[in-house]
Design a protein around this ligand. Structure first.
Ligand code: ADP
Ligand code: ADP
Ligand code: ZN
Length: 213
């Protein structure tokens, strides 16, 4: 199963990806997580990407497409994968189509989690992420069982540097200007499914699994 989770920053893609990993036993490919790992490792790519991320701007397509090309070639992607936060531009979407067609595979579904902008700021400012596995929690809407500790791996929960009210605005602008045009692209491809992302986490999961069955 080759899936993509689509939606604004903070729509719940990472949260729902965790359930798909368990259900289908396929890896989540989050370009955001890969970039943050490169920043921790202080690679050249990470240091370059950091400038864009801290400002809430998209990292250049060439960098992102290179990351995805390498990642899809890894052996754990053979049975499928869950794309999370990629593609975010038309150029990335076209590159993905080309890559997948060269691999002889295609996208089964693009699941869009629809959440209006007014709700996004609260989601992002209350987000806590695991410093070890990247799992996402929310202080109010989706709290971890133990404060500051990841339910999945026990890692420490932290606030992402870009999760503040100022960058949210530019990230939402980037979403509407550069990413939203993909809705048309994937609708025409016949794989686009829209879900109400404002429901509770468990209800969104149920709707998503229903859409995939
Ligand atoms: P969120 O879902 O909250 O926006 P992500 O972890 O997906 O967070 O992305 C964090 C940042 O990483 C983005 O604001 C952007 O700077 C960069 N990034 C992640 N994925 C991409 C991508 N596919 N194209 C360009 N930039 C990306
Ligand atoms: P994305 O990967 O799309 O950027 P996340 O999965 O990290 O988004 O979710 C953003 C924030 O919103 C997190 O704090 C998460 O716990 C919370 N969240 C996710 N899904 C829901 C939901 N259905 N209702 C309320 N809060 C949610
Ligand atoms: Zn964790």
């Amino acid at each position: 199963m080759n899936l993509m989770l689509f939606g604004a920053p903070g729509a719940g893609k990472g949260t729902q990806a965790k359930f798909l990993i368990e259900k289908y036993n396929i890896p989540q490919i989050s370009t955001g997580d890969i970039l943050r790992a490169a920043i921790v490792e202080k690679t050249d790519m990470g240091m370059e990407a950091k400038k864009f991320m801290d400002e809430g701007k998209l990292v250049p397509d060439s960098t992102i497409i290179g990351i995805i090309k390498d990642r899809l070639a890894e052996s754990d992607c053979k049975e499928g994968f869950i794309l999370d936060g990629f593609p975010r531009t038309l150029a990335q979407a076209v590159a993905l189509s080309e890559l997948m067609s060269n691999m002889g595979i295609s996208l089964d579904k693009v699941i869009s989690l629809n959440v209006p902008d007014e709700l996004i700021v609260g989601r992002i400012t209350g987000r806590r992420v695991c410093s070890k596995c990247g799992a996402s929690f929310h202080v109010e809407f989706n709290p971890s069982k133990k404060e500051d500790e990841c339910d999945y791996c026990g890692g420490e929960l932290i606030i992402r540097k870009d999760d503040n009210a100022e960058t949210v605005i530019s990230r939402l602008n980037a979403y509407h200007d550069q990413t939203a045009p993909l809705i048309d692209f994937y609708t025409k491809m016949g794989v686009f499914v829209e879900l109400d992302g404002t429901k509770d986490v468990s209800e969104v999961t149920a709707d998503m699994l229903n859409a995939l069955s």
